[in-house]
Structure formats: structure tokens, C-alpha cells
Design a protein around this ligand. Structure first.
Ligand code: ADP
Ligand code: SR1
Ligand code: MG
Length: 408
């Protein structure tokens, strides 16, 4: 099948010939509606005409960036990595990933379960919705996906094979290198330049060499450290959720990268939401829930990662009997602390990039009152700066929470 861009009409025709999908719809006639709100791709809801509750999602990558248009070329092969990551993560922990009904790397197309009773987590958090199972679910998801794709579990050859099957996700890795670690901290055409013009805070950020030098260290880690298969863009817009369950979607930025990158993305996005509630809604109760949630996510992640490790004593890294028990225990504790520190550093980069860079987050860029938005931006930059500068000295989750609480 040669690649072609599908639309709401042609996708129905295409899908009508895919047996695994039509097994789901039976003899029902189907229709397609484009529902995507992301930055990169086209997302269609495919539903039964007689029974609209019966639905699946079809997502296709096109050879350009959806949010900019056909002039910004971006190869559609990003979907290859999204498909591979969805399959890999589903194999590790199926309850957190929408089930795949069909995938074609040639067509850069994937068809998966429609999460009709879930919403994008960012939207719920903005409305102060508390998700009681979230920290439990997401800490399991991150601990499991990182541990089971790392050299702490895999054999040396399996790990290298894994690196190989994601190694050519070059364009999206480059996008992160540019957008998360560089362009947002200097004069650049991709920035939110209306806001940057005559903005003293932006000038201060762009001239902050101490911050920028530390960002460079984190960028280098991102570019060179092949710890585990990371989602690569685990913000709260990549999580679909309800009271009961939690799903992770959209892993097209996946690659074998630093352990702390996904944890950092999550920390950054929960902190950005805290800023929104501190500046806009002034909802103290929800701010407290966010702090508790951050604590639980970070602490449970560490505990679960160590539990998985306890169950697997042989790997590419470790041969059973190589270290005595107490040395091994110390080694593991330092290992987890390093992941925590690195996560804080990445969180700082990720918070700061959302202030003036392309693709702001609704919690801050979406604030209409200019004074409040400036206040939120200042708070984000304050937390981000401390995260980046202090990350490698962080000793405990308490210190992270203090940085967030003291920024208001
Ligand atoms: P992009 O790669 O363009 O960011 P996303 O995967 O984030 O695309 O999807 C865009 C939007 O489509 C999401 O914000 C969500 O509203 C919707 N969506 C994506 N996958 C599903 C799904 N499995 N079920 C329901 N809605 C979905
Ligand atoms: C131009 S793409 C901008 C951002 O959208 C994605 O969700 C990633 O965060 C990327 O950096
Ligand atoms: Mg998305």
C-alpha cells in the first residue's frame, strides 16, 4: 500500500477494507469525523452510524506539522515510532495504553480504542478535577515502561536492538532538542514573539548564562543518554483520564533516552497547573491536591522501580553475586536519587520552554488577562530556573515541593 494522505471521506473507504477494524464494527456502516486538537497529526473518530457509541480512533501522520501547515515539513515516519512505542508499552502494561486494532507503518496510520468516557487530563486539571487513582496509575506506568526497557532488565543485545528500532526517530528528537532546550531561551522566529517584544523578563531569560549553561548540560544528557524507552512527550495533554482509569497516548516522540525525561515532563506539567491555580483560580484546595499528587507520583515511582529491580537480579548491567547486599542497596538508592535529580532538571527545561517558546500550555499561554499571564510566566520561570540550577543537589521530594510553593 503506497502512502497517501487520507481525509474524512477516504479514511472510511480505506478502513472498510481493513478486516481487523471491520470485525469490530460488524456489518454497521461507518463514518469519520476529524477530532484532533494536537499539534502534529490528524485524528479521526470512526463511528458506527446506527450505534454512534461504537467507535474507534484512527490517527494518521502527514508529512508536515499540522499546527503550522504544509510549509513546515516534518516527515510522516514519526508514526512508525508511535506505533512501535504503543505496541511496546502495551506489551509491558496493557491497562494504560489504548488497544491497537490496526497499524500500518506504510500508511503512517494507527487505529485504536476510542476513549469516549475519558478526557485529556490537562482539561480536567484546569477545571480542578481531582483524579484519585492518577498517582498510583502513572507511577506504575512510568516505573514499568522505564525499568522493562532498560539495561537493568534487558540483555545487552536486546537493549541494543531496542535502541536500533527507535534510533531513527531523528526529526522528533531534533524538534525536542531545538524547542525544549534551545530556541525558547534565545531570540528565535518560532517563539511567541508578540509577547517577547519589549518584555524585560524574556530579555532577562535570554541573557541568563548561568541558567542556559545548565540547560546545555541537560540537553547533552537528552542527546546522549540511552537509559530506557521514553514516551518523549509525557505532558498532561498526552494523558486521557477519568475517575477510574488512566491512559497514555501519543508517544510519537519515543526514543531510548534518559530515565528522567518522562518523570520530568509530568512534574513540569503538574507544576504548570499549580501555577494556573495559584494565579487564576486561587483554588488553594486544588493546589494542595497537586502538591500531594506530585509527591505521590515521585515517591511511588521510585518505590515501584526498585520493586521491579528486586525481582530481576540478572541483566545487561548486573550479574547476581557481583555486589554484596548492602553495597547493592546503596547503589540502587543512589541510582533512584539520580533519576529524581535528572527529572527535576528536565522539568525545569520543560517549564521554561512553555513560557516564550512555540506551543505554550493552556494553563499559562491561555490566560487572557495580560497582567495575570505575566504573573504566571514569572512564576513558571522562577520555578524552572531553580529546578535547572539546583537539580543535581536535590536530596528529597520535600525540596522540590518547597521550590514550587515558594514561587508564588
Ligand atoms: P497529536 O499527535 O497531533 O498531538 P494526539 O495523539 O495528542 O495527537 O491526539 C489529538 C487529540 O485527539 C487528543 O488531544 C484527544 O482529544 C484525541 N484523541 C487521541 N487519541 C484518542 C483516543 N484513543 N480516544 C479518544 N480521543 C483521542
Ligand atoms: C511544534 S511541535 C511542539 C510541541 O508539541 C508536542 O506536543 C511537543 O511537546 C512539541 O515540542
Ligand atoms: Mg498530542
Amino acid at each position: 500500500m503506497n502512502y497517501r494522505v487520507l481525509d474524512a471521506g477516504s479514511i472510511v473507504e480505506y478502513i472498510s477494507n481493513v478486516k481487523s477494524v471491520m470485525d469490530y464494527f460488524g456489518s454497521d456502516e461507518i463514518r469519520a469525523d476529524e477530532i484532533g486538537d494536537g499539534n502534529l497529526n490528524y485524528v479521526y473518530k470512526i463511528s458506527s452510524i446506527v450505534n454512534p457509541q461504537k467507535a474507534l480512533i484512527a490517527k494518521q501522520a502527514v508529512p508536515f506539522l499540522r499546527c503550522v501547515g504544509e510549509d513546515f515539513l516534518l516527515s510522516r515516519e514519526r508514526m512508525t515510532y508511535e506505533i512501535r512505542a504503543l505496541q511496546k508499552f502495551y506489551a509491558i502494561f496493557p491497562s494504560f495504553i489504548p488497544k491497537i486494532h490496526y497499524a500500518s507503518e506504510e500508511m503512517s496510520l494507527v487505529v485504536m480504542d476510542y476513549l469516549g468516557s475519558h478526557i485529556i487530563m490537562r482539561k480536567g486539571l484546569i477545571k480542578s478535577v481531582k483524579y484519585k487513582n492518577f498517582s498510583e496509575h502513572i507511577s506504575t506506568y512510568i516505573a514499568a515502561t522505564l525499568f522493562y526497557t532498560s539495561s537493568l532488565y534487558l540483555s545487552s543485545s536486546d537493549k541494543r536492538e531496542l535502541i536500533g528500532s527507535f534510533n531513527s526517530n531523528t526529526e522528533l528528537c531534533k524538534l525536542t532538542e531545538d524547542l525544549v532546550f534551545s530556541f525558547a531561551f534565545m531570540e528565535h522566529e518560532t517563539n511567541d514573539n508578540i509577547n517577547v517584544k519589549d518584555n524585560q523578563e524574556a530579555k532577562k531569560l535570554f541573557a541568563d548564562m548561568e541558567f542556559k549553561e545548565r540547560v546545555l548540560e541537560l540537553k547533552y544528557k537528552f542527546m546522549t543518554q540511552s537509559d530506557a524507552l521514553v514516551h518523549g512527550d509525557l505532558h498532561t495533554g498526552s494523558i486521557m483520564i477519568n475517575e477510574k482509569d488512566t491512559y497514555v497516548i501519543d508517544p510519537e516522540f519515543a526514543f531510548v533516552g534518559p530515565f528522567g525525561f518522562d518523570v520530568g515532563a509530568l512534574l513540569a506539567n503538574l507544576a504548570n497547573n499549580y501555577i494556573h491555580h495559584s494565579v487564576v483560580t486561587k483554588d488553594k484546595d486544588f493546589q494542595e491536591w497537586l502538591l500531594v499528587t506530585i509527591r505521590e507520583v515521585l515517591e511511588k515511582f521510585g518505590e515501584k522501580f526498585l520493586n521491579f529491580w528486586k525481582e530481576h537480579r540478572n541483566s545487561a548491567l548486573l550479574v547476581e553475586g557481583y555486589l554484596d547486599d548492602s553495597t547493592l542497596q546503596n547503589y540502587k538508592e543512589r541510582f533512584i536519587k539520580n533519576i529524581l535529580r535528572e527529572s527535576v532538571g528536565f522539568a525545569g527545561c520543560k517549564m521554561a520552554r512553555r513560557v516564550y517558546g512555540v506551543a505554550g500550555v493552556a494553563e499559562i499561554r491561555g490566560i487572557e488577562n495580560p497582567d495575570l499571564r505575566a504573573e504566571a510566566e514569572k512564576m513558571a520561570l522562577k520555578i524552572a530556573r531553580e529546578f535547572v540550577i539546583k537539580h543535581d543537589k536535590i536530596e528529597s521530594v520535600d525540596e522540590i515541593l518547597e521550590i514550587i510553593k515558594n514561587a508564588g
